[in-house]
Design a protein around this ligand. Structure first.
Ligand code: NAP
Ligand code: HSE
Length: 338
């Protein structure tokens, strides 16, 4: 039996859900000849008790955190310390599993060579447990035409609850208790989390060098949406959704995030209300729809664990599209911005 030692950075919503899932997989790992154990767990406050994690494994000291480990799982968030440790691990040749889309979007220039080598695993970073990254990699044989997604669970949930009559504050507290919010919820409601995600998807699908700054430049959030505005749209047979899109515009691939008004029959409304959904259009595959839960501890931890299996089996992580895809001449689906 080979022992695999995991350095786990973060034991909040996702990290603690992962620690709960791991024991149930011991027998399956053992069948692969692997004994998987947590070596140490990096948090801000090691005095806080964390069910399923022995207190002796908790540390707030990043020095030596990666000593004698075989894999780093980063579920802390942020782009500074998390980014430095992820890069340190990759430079040591360790596989890294992360759910951190902010890091992937904003420090891509440093991460990209490691992702291209297949050492970076990040299925959980977009749509959480709904497996979109692997699916998009399997679509490289198509001419991508456009894609549009509801990729932020918080905004999707807030909009659905306000349509149902809840106030913004009530809906926000509910989303918080469900573990949907980023540590800084302005990332959610400001559209920035969706921008991080469409940036990750774009690099995987059409342009490995898609610029984060350009995506941010075309990003708006939902702060101006009120229950009245959302309910009025519904009464007229429409729904307002925060949609992240990737589409051709004037000979370039463009990514944008903004609230749009969609007919109630649109798949992003029928499948994406309260959760995540994405419509991909390619040639020759045609339109495809992916939908499911896009936030929450267990849902996200399931994708982290799936990546851990792949890393331990020596399968490659999520590589960006090998070269920029041609920009189609045909115009994308028109949307009415709100
Ligand atoms: P969280 O509940 O806020 O947990 C963050 C964890 O990281 C906490 O244990 C925290 O320690 C630790 N941490 C944060 N900064 C640290 C630092 N500088 N040094 C040491 N430890 C630090 O966040 P989460 O919801 O689990 O999300 C974690 C990551 O997964 C983020 O990148 C997020 O974007 C991503 N993600 C989350 C979801 C979701 O549904 N929640 C879904 C997909 C992806 P303390 O506990 O001591 O504060
Ligand atoms: N805060 C994020 C969301 C978590 O609401 O979608 C999942 O990435």
């Amino acid at each position: 039996m080979e022992t695999v030692r995991i350095a786990l950075m973060g034991a909040g919503t996702v990290g603690s859900a992962l620690a709960e899932l791991l024991p149930g997989h011991r027998a399956r790992f053992a069948a692969l000849g692997l004994e998987v154990e947590l070596a140490r767990v990096l948090v801000r406050d090691p005095s806080k008790s964390r069910p399923g994690i022995p207190a002796g494994l908790l540390t707030d000291n990043p020095e030596g955190f990666l000593d004698d480990v075989d894999v780093l799982v980063e579920v802390a968030g942020g782009t500074t310390l998390a980014g430095d440790l992820v890069l340190q691990a990759l430079e040591m040749g360790l596989p890294v599993v992360t759910a951190n889309k902010a890091l992937l979007a904003e420090r891509w220039d440093e991460l990209r060579p490691h992702a291209e080598e297949g050492n970076l695993y990040y299925e959980a970073s977009v749509m959480a447990g709904t497996p979109i990254l692997g699916a998009l990699q399997s679509l490289w044989g198509n001419q991508t035409l456009e894609m549009h997604g509801i990729v932020n669970g918080t905004c999707s949930y807030l909009i659905r609850r306000m349509e149902e009559g809840a106030s913004y504050d009530e809906a926000f507290q509910e989303a918080k208790s469900l573990g949907y919010l980023e540590a800084d919820p302005n990332l959610d409601v400001g559209g920035i989390d969706s921008a991080h995600k469409i940036c990750v998807l774009g690099r995987l699908t059409v342009d490995p060098g898609l610029s984060w700054e350009k995506v941010m430049h075309r990003t708006r959030g939902i702060q101006h949406l009120t229950p009245e505005l959302l309910q009025k749209a519904r009464a007229e047979g429409y729904a307002i959704k925060l949609v992240a899109s990737l589409f051709p515009e004037q000979g370039e691939w463009v990514a944008a995030v903004r609230p749009v008004r969609l007919p109630e029959s649109h798949p992003l409304v029928t499948l994406g209300s309260g959760r995540n959904a994405l419509v991909y259009k390619g040639d020759p595959v045609g339109p495809l729809v992916f939908a499911g839960a896009g936030a929450g501890g267990g849902v996200t931890a399931s994708a982290v664990l799936g990546d851990l299996y792949r890393a331990l089996l020596g399968l490659p992580g999520h590589q960006p599209v090998p070269s920029a895809a041609p920009v189609p001449a045909q115009a994308a689906e028109p949307f009415e911005e709100v």
